[in-house]
Ligand binder design. Structure first.
Ligand code: GLV
Ligand code: MN
Ligand code: MN
Ligand code: MN
Length: 410
């Protein structure tokens, strides 16, 4: 074990303090991106960074970078972080762990009087979840150049508020361009959000990459009509058509066996009145798989299969592509640094592929990147009951510290 130790109690206290921003009755967090609650968490993060002597910059999509200078001005910064936004009924740790652990890394370095050779930058990415504006990894994807900023700015929430106006409203449309700057590498600590580490009895996940994904926004148009008077042959029920597609998504997922994932997680029915046949349904569709070819085949075949599935309903379907990315392997050298740090910790660790999407996936297109996972109770996440143990947070933060410092001093 490294003799430069982070403070597990202090880390846990700051995780609990961050979880007060948007705390829910059931012990979770509702901190939707770019809301006043997100602003409060951002302001808190900024104040903590400044009190640690870090210089904070904000870019045009609201990503926050907190810099600690290194000894060698010619070295590029080592980046690490995650996200402070949450799902509507999210947990305390998804995202926040990586940001708050990053603060603990900075505090520990200050306490020990260590100046690393390369500068360090702690990042809070905007809108990782995609639950308010519908596009996951929005901040990191815009920064990495995957999403044009005009597209990101124009996204709207369910009330029609655009990303650009939400950024302005909370004062987080920064002056820096939202674009990659020269940087050495990126490390992200995150909870696993699934059951693999817990089942294996592992304390640390050495993340070797993330699986492929494809997402669409779907809209089915039928006709609003009276529920009591419209006979079967005159009905064009958009919700019945959506049900066919939901079943199709589930079937295609199951055809891919244990590694298949397919979800319709969002559904908006109009007019949503019990005695009106639904004329319009908007919903989300996503598939994930560790094999890029499996996702490429679904990206190609799903639109025709979906159209066929609703052919008998008299409704029409439009599918708008939202995102499609291949499986993203992480950088072998960065993964090796995480593995070495996990080994020094002396606790059970194993390699794992991420089932969830993470900012590291898009950052990895721009620089060497790697991730560290901690287990979470019953593998549960995107749920208010999401839970981890203080010792797990401490172990993950120690591995983050060791990997980042080793990279910055190499
Ligand atoms: C991010 O939360 C994801 O959908 O994996
Ligand atoms: Mn997350
Ligand atoms: Mn999440
Ligand atoms: Mn996520």
């Amino acid at each position: 074990m490294s003799n430069q130790r982070i403070d597990g109690v202090r880390l846990w206290d700051s995780l609990m303090a961050m979880a007060r921003h948007g705390a829910t009755q059931k012990g979770g967090v509702r901190r939707l991106t770019l809301t006043t609650i997100d602003k409060a968490a951002r302001d808190d993060f900024r104040a903590q960074c400044e009190s640690l002597g870090l210089a904070v910059r904000v870019d045009a999509i609201g990503n926050m970078f907190a810099r600690r200078e290194g000894r060698d001005p010619s070295r590029l910064p080592v980046l690490f972080g995650s996200h402070l936004d949450s799902q509507p009924s999210g947990g305390k740790f998804d995202g926040a762990l990586g940001v708050v652990a990053g603060l603990e890394v900075m505090r520990t370095l200050n306490d020990l009087g260590i100046t690393t050779e390369a500068p360090l930058e702690l990042v809070n990415w905007t809108d990782e979840e995609g639950s308010r504006f519908g596009l996951s990894l929005m901040g990191s994807g815009t920064w990495a150049g995957v999403y044009p900023i005009e597209r990101s700015y124009a996204l709207t929430d369910i009330e029609g508020v655009t990303v650009e106006s939400a950024l302005k409203d909370i004062g987080y449309q920064g002056a820096e361009p939202a674009a990659p700057f020269p940087a050495d590498s990126y490390f992200e600590l995150h909870i696993e959000q699934g059951p693999i580490l817990e089942r294996a009895g592992a304390r640390i996940g050495i993340v070797t990459g993330a699986q492929a994904q494809v997402w669409w926004d779907a809209r089915i148009t039928g006709q609003d009509a009276h529920a009591g008077t419209t006979p079967p042959d005159a009905r064009r029920d958009a919700l019945v058509a959506a049900a066919q597609i939901i079943t199709l998504v589930d079937r295609l997922m199951r055809e891919h066996g244990e590694d298949g994932r397919g979800t319709v997680g969002f559904l908006k029915v109009e007019p949503n009145s019990r005695n009106v046949i639904p004329g319009e349904v908007a919903f989300s569709v996503e598939f994930r798989h560790p094999d890029s070819a499996a996702i490429a085949a679904l990206a190609r075949d799903f639109p025709a299969l979906a159209a066929e599935a609703i052919a008998a309903t008299g409704c029409t379907l439009t599918l708008t592509p939202v995102l499609h990315y291949d499986a993203q392997p992480f950088d072998a050298e960065c993964v090796a640094l995480v593995e070495a740090a996990a080994r020094r910790l002396g606790q059970p660790a194993r390699r794992i592929v991420s089932g969830a999407g993470h900012d590291a996936v898009y950052v990895a297109r721009r620089m060497p990147a790697a991730m560290i996972f901690t287990p979470c109770k019953d593998g549960l996440s995107h749920n208010e009951a999401e839970s981890i143990e203080p010792e797990e947070a401490e172990a993950g933060c120690q591995v983050l510290f060791d990997a980042v410092v080793a990279r910055a001093n190499r």
